[in-house]
Design a protein around this ligand. Sequence first.
Ligand code: EPZ
Length: 419
Amino acid sequence: MDRIVITGGTRLSGEVCVSGSKNATLALMAAALLGRGETVLENVPGVRDVEHMLALLRALGAQADWDAQDSHTVRINPESVATPEAPYELVRKMRASFMVLGPLVARFGCGRVSEPGGCAIGVRPIDQHLKGLQALGAKIRLDHGVIEAFGARLQGASISFDTVTVNGTQNVMMAATLADGETVLDNAAREPEVVELADMLNRMGAEIRGAGSDRVVIQGVPELRGVSHRVSGDRIEAGTLLAAGMITRGDVLVTGIDPVTMDSMLDKMRETGAQITTTVDSVHVRADAPSEPIRVVTAPYPSFPTDMQAQLMAVLCLGRSSSVVTETVFENRFMHVPELVRMGADIALDGRSAHIRGVSVLAAAPVMATDLRASACLLVAGLAARGETVVNRVYHIDRGYERIEEKLCSLGAEIRREG
Ligand code: EPZ
């Protein structure tokens, strides 16, 4: 099994370009099921979650594969979808698979998707997805762990989410594009990945207004068509590379990203004392000193993203005095804390908050990744730790980061993959 070995202590510097957004891509791939004809997605990251979604779409009967000429382009044609059933074996590997249910019931009148179950970072129920689809008139039933949704023609409805959910908003928004009449989604997620999905759907022929706000209005249309779309840069990968620059007191330019989607992250990074400058498609960070103490509270966009909580915590471990990180989105997203403590960090957990007392050095150690962002956090910590850190179970990181060790190596890191 692969592992990543990092010799810490090198100050990172230079320029690196991010890959396309993993989370945006997964929703866009599900949306391709709605369109007549082929959808072509460019700037797609070469990560395992994309492979999972391709396998899932093929299991449904769609043509779905990488372009023969371009390894960052995927082509999806749903015209041959025959069995709208997403098998457990694929869904359990990736919760985002559940986002095919809305498009399947809207386009093909029925869909069967295995109930995803919980994951390392939380229970993660899907009640809001089902609430929305039921409000649109889909009949829902649970059949031996499989959620079945069916309905001849969905009807527009007013839906208010009880909790802000990104994939829930995306799933129901996709279903509503082919419903009869108008749908209003209140307390909708405002993430950039929701906006990008609405943009592509509108170019497919949908009529969506208000994406990016907490009220989205969708006017149903009879059909949608396949389109070409270029996926935007990954704001969480960009944040991770900036954190790597900060913890090594480095000087790093990250390109291929829209800084506007990172405002809350960059504000918190500035509070640590790091110098951050931006252009329309890049962010530059320079950090010369230990981070100042800060308070971070994760919450839905536009607040600080939960997907960056662990990586910034690694930086704060080497900060001045005490910082506090509060996780409000997922109930079990501190799995990286015991591993950081094994590296010499001083962190006390108190309910949903982590109290981080800055230390002057971290010591390298063999550590275990537990989920995607926790593994990114351990990579960041290893870059500053004294000695050789070995990060095990890197399959977690390959789910959402494309060739991360090569990108860090290009900035001067002493890092290699073994296995
Ligand atoms: C998306 O997951 C992202 N995944 C996650 O990124 C990200 O952490 C999360 O949004 C929050 O920003 C993808 O886009 C593929 P939610 P999602 O539904 O949509 C509760 C990463 O590291 N909830 O917004 O599944 C839920 O339990 C991943 O790239 C319900 O109660 O997250 C959580 O506490 C990890 N009922 C909260 O809402 C529901 O029906 C937010 O979850 C749905 C969610």
